[in-house]
Design a binder for this molecule. Structure first.
Ligand code: CP
Length: 349
């Protein structure tokens, strides 16, 4: 077993392919045995700047089942507002700096998870982003917290990545594909969404397929490329495993022979902070990008995946998501087993 004790889990790219695969393998062994490791008396603290169902419940459930405990904090609602910037005069809306927060929380918890994405909105209002993606992708708060934390810090979804989703997607594909994922065709398809969404989850889904050595196709309209550094990292990871990576706008070619179709909406990095421009462009192509029965009929009887939550009738038709090929609930269920395996590795070793 690879020793990951004490490490921060901020991106799967901070770990080797072998290390990531070992976490997924442990999760699937736990699921097969229906037994988790033990973390008695251990505490996982979580800071949620954004809403969550799966990430919060899977983490709390995993800790409870392992004999530990999880605490979820919601800044501005049940905590102080937190600051991370260096040298700041705190005469605004923030009351506590990570330089105190991180050592304090990590003295009371055995690991700390943070969800902080600037581009998450809860209503139908447009996301307000006042800075560029190049700034946001630094994930400054999480990295500042990790710098001052005495215990492992887990990325529960940031601007750049959602590595816990990546682990769960890997586990779902290993579990549900007919044979090893290596060499199978994985299509990550862009989907329409009324609001601009972060690129974090598709980045981690892309890396998940790459770490399995799949033949990865990123299917997106022109103008909706994922971050080039993530695409190139994924290319390197999958090629190291014998896989390949293609980027295309050709839906017919992409769906043809696919073994997995993973749908995800994401906002255009070309329009970051100027989403009115994106709205007009994407409204024009909205109907073309729904995953439907006709597209799935071109595939090699592909599995359908989505991280959830999903907008039915926009991202995917009822016929596809309700079909026997849909593994969206397995994918979500595996959030439990993968976070349990990860916390076991980071906290207990
Ligand atoms: N997929 C996912 O992270 O779900 P939540 O946003 O509900 O946690």
């Amino acid at each position: 077993m690879i020793d990951l004790k004490g490490r921060h889990f901020l991106s799967t790219l901070d770990f080797s392919v072998e290390e990531i695969r070992s976490i997924v393998d442990l999760a699937l062994r736990m699921k097969g045995d229906q037994t988790m490791g033990m973390l008695p008396g251990r505490v996982f603290g979580m800071i949620f700047f954004n809403p969550s169902v799966r990430t919060r419940v899977s983490s709390e459930s995993a800790m409870a089942r392992m004999g530990g405990h999880a605490i979820a904090l919601h800044p501005g609602r049940d905590t102080w507002n937190f600051e991370h910037r260096e040298g700041i005069v705190m005469d605004g809306n923030t009351q506590e700096h990570v330089k105190e927060l991180a050592p304090v929380l990590s003295s009371m918890c055995d690991a700390v998870g943070i969800r902080k994405s600037e581009l998450v909105t809860t209503g139908l209002s447009k996301a307000e982003v006042t800075t560029s993606y190049d700034d946001l992708k630094q994930d400054a708060f999480i990295h500042a917290f990790a710098k001052h934390s005495r215990k492992p810090v887990v990325n529960l979804e940031s601007n750049s990545s959602h590595p816990l989703q990546g682990l769960a997607d890997m586990a779902a594909m290993v579990e549900k594909l007919d044979g090893p994922p290596k060499g199978k065709k994985y299509v990550l398809t862009w989907a329409y969404h009324p609001k601009p969404l972060p690129v974090a989850t598709p980045h981690s889904q892309l890396l998940a397929a790459a770490d399995l050595g799949m033949d990865v196709t990123i299917l997106r309209p022109d103008g909706w490329d994922l971050a080039p550094e993530m695409v190139e990292a994924a290319r390197g990871r999958t090629e190291s495993q014998g896989g390949s990576l293609t980027v295309t706008a050709d839906q017919e070619a992409a769906y043809s022979g696919a073994d997995v179709v993973c749908a995800k909406a994401w906002g255009s990095l070309d329009h970051y902070g100027r989403f009115d421009e994106e709205s007009a462009a994407k409204d024009a192509i909205r109907a073309d990008w729904t995953v439907d029965e006709a597209k799935m009929a071109r595939t090699n009887d592909a599995l359908f995946m989505h991280c959830l939550p999903v907008r039915r009738g926009i991202v995917v038709t009822d016929g596809v998501i309700d079909s026997r090929n849909s593994i969206v609930t397995t994918e979500a269920e595996n959030r439990l087993w993968t976070v349990a395996a990860l916390l076991q590795c980071l906290i207990a070793g």
